[in-house]
Design a binder for this molecule. Structure first.
Ligand code: ARG
Length: 578
């Protein structure tokens, strides 16, 4: 649609110049003024001419009339001036031919905007804290982060996906203490991360005690844990070996979930990697006079920017979360020379990012304005059945497992003879969770309702995956067909579908500009809706003649390409059979 909008805008410009021959206006600006009317009676595109009345010193009504006078374009079937609007009705055959031709020619790159050539984006996402549960709070960062990576890759950026593992910190002191007290090697080897999380939960409960059950807090245990972490920091071999092992065990588990989602990271450099890179940044802050001592701690005062101080060193000299983020950003700039560094975390961390972004700016780093924080809302879950052994926390892997199990049950009823049932149930179960999650504006809080996510007739993952499978099955049944240049458009649903398909590229641009994968999920629903209306109202295989049949098969193939490309952008599997 972008190229159609451009050519229409050039025509419009001719009319504008008739009104004022020296008007300072270019086609690009006209493109940005075009709107999609809310009602198709008002056309497929419209120019609200009041936007030009100041420039042209004329009333919108008159401007619209003059533009309409000798307007002509091969893409346009009809154009009219109505109440100061210039309304454009696109030509169905033109749209369909364009959609069919371009999807065929470009295939997997259809819809890819050329935004990122020669540019690098670094994306920091997922980043669970080792030994703590990988829970549904991480769903957002994992799928939004990966979707943003896919979107940028699609647009031609070189992308580096970084899993900034929380692999350092006092939690390891706790885990080491708990492991020595209650754990054993066989159990951890057999049960992996579950055993670690159990140990972690157990020691936390022991340290904080339980008033209700009359269990007192155990301060000595807390001291012991702190001492073990200190030993780790000093390089104690045994503790370091245990730490490495815990990280390895956790990674095995995370990678299972990443595999289900089709996610791969380019780097797993976690917090521990930056230990020796922080002193230089702390020194720089000190040299620049940015550090202030406050109650023994070292801080950067941000009062002038309306924020609480950014904590750099604790009283005992140990570093903090912001210190590490600053060192990591400097390292990433040096290593990848990024044009943009994106951090995806819950909105709860927004202040943290605003603070250290400001500190980086005060330090004079020229990349400060290339740092982008992408926050998202909270997730709650409806239905106690999903709760796990770990108490209130719902693990990501359990959420997916439940979805997969339920889909398998539904499929057993619907289509018991389907080949490769297990794989498909996995793709649809995982896809349902991802699609449901990404259907919301990322900043909104979500209440997850499994039944809604899995419904085959709602605006869900299963519904769009089913639509994709439908295009595959129509094409398979239709067999070979050929298009000799002329398409035969006989129903409004055909033109509507073509128009929707051609909107893909601008949708991708919009999603990238707003860091919002939900723009893609909504678009997928639009395409699925347009295809299903077309499918129900236009007989494809039993069409009245060969040319109409071929046209409809070609539109089906174009839809398959667009849905497939869009699925890629949100980690949704292309299910050929359901
Ligand atoms: N590990 C952190 C957490 O689970 C998220 C890390 C986000 N990335 C960053 N560069 N701070 O809360």
């Amino acid at each position: 649609m972008i190229s159609i909008k451009k050519s229409i805008s050039e025509e419009i410009l001719k009319g504008v110049l008739k009104i004022k021959s020296d008007a300072e206006l270019d086609a690009h600006t006209v493109v940005s003024m075009l709107e999609y009317p809310p009602d198709s009676k008002m056309g497929d595109l419209a120019l609200p001419c009041f936007k030009l009345s100041k420039l042209l010193r004329n009333s919108p009504v008159r401007i619209a009339q003059i533009i309409a006078e000798d307007f002509s374009s091969p893409a346009v079937a009809k154009a009219e001036a109505v109440n100061g609007y210039f309304n454009i009705f696109l030509d169905g055959e033109y749209l369909a031919s364009k959609a069919v031709k371009e999807t065929k020619e470009k295939g997997e790159s259809f819809g890819a905007p050329e935004l990122g050539a020669g540019k690098t984006v670094v994306l920091d996402y997922s980043s669970p804290n080792v030994a703590k549960p990988f829970h549904i709070g991480h769903l957002g960062t994992t799928v939004i982060g990966h979707s943003l990576k896919k979107l940028h890759e699609f647009a031609g950026y070189r992308c580096v996906g970084i899993n900034y593992l929380g692999d350092w910190g006092t939690q390891f002191g706790k885990l080491i203490t708990a492991y020595r007290k209650w754990g054993n090697k066989e159990d951890v080897e057999a049960r992996g991360i579950d055993a670690l999380v159990e140990l972690y939960v157990r020691i936390n409960n022991a340290i904080s005690g339980n008033e209700e059950q009359g269990i007192p807090a155990d301060a000595a245990l807390a001291d012991e844990a702190r001492a073990e972490f200190r030993k780790m920091e000093e390089g104690d071999e045994e503790n370091i070996a245990l730490w490495k092992w815990f990280v390895e065990i956790s990674l095995i588990e995370y990678k299972k979930t990443y595999n289900q989602l089709g996610i791969e990271f380019d780097s797993y450099k976690g917090e521990s990697f930056y230990t020796d890179k922080m002193p230089a940044e702390v020194q720089k802050l000190r040299d620049m006079g940015l550090l202030k001592i406050d109650d023994g701690a070292s801080i950067v005062d941000l009062e002038a920017y309306g924020m609480p101080p950014c904590l750099i060193l604790k009283r005992d000299g140990s570093t903090l979360y912001p210190t590490r983020d600053i060192a990591a950003a400097v390292y990433r700039k040096k290593t990848y020379d990024f044009d943009k560094a994106i951090y995806v975390t819950s909105a709860g961390q927004s202040l943290h990012f605003a603070q250290w972004f400001k500190v980086v700016e005060l330090m004079g780093y020229d990349f400060a304005d290339k740092l982008v924080h992408v926050p998202y809302g909270t997730v709650s879950i409806n239905g106690a059945k999903l709760a796990t052994r770990t108490g209130n926390v719902i693990l990501l892997k359990d959420l997916f497992a439940t979805a997969i199990e339920k889909v398998a049950g539904i499929m057993e009823e619907k289509n018991p003879n389907l080949e490769n049932k297990e794989k498909i149930a996995e793709q649809i179960g995982v896809g349902a969770v991802v699609f449901y999650y990404l259907s919301n504006n990322r900043i909104r809080d979500i209440n997850f309702v499994m039944e809604d996510a899995l419904s085959f007739d709602g605006n869900t993952g299963p519904y769009v995956q089913y639509t994709y499978a439908r295009t595959c099955s129509v094409l398979q049944k239709g067999g070979k067909y050929s298009i000799d240049g002329t398409l035969s458009i006989t129903a409004p649903e055909e033109a509507e579908l073509a128009k929707t398909l051609l909107r893909f590229e601008e949708t991708v641009i919009d999603a990238i500009d707003s860091y919002e994968p939900s723009v893609i999920t909504r678009y997928i629903l639009d395409v699925a809706g347009a295809y299903n209306r077309f499918y129900h109202n236009c007989s494809i295989l039993g069409a009245e003649n060969e040319q109409v049949r071929n046209t409809r098969l070609a539109l089906t193939e174009a839809t398959k390409t667009v849905l497939g490309n869009a699925f890629e952008l949100i980690c949704l599997a292309k299910t050929e059979k359901v």
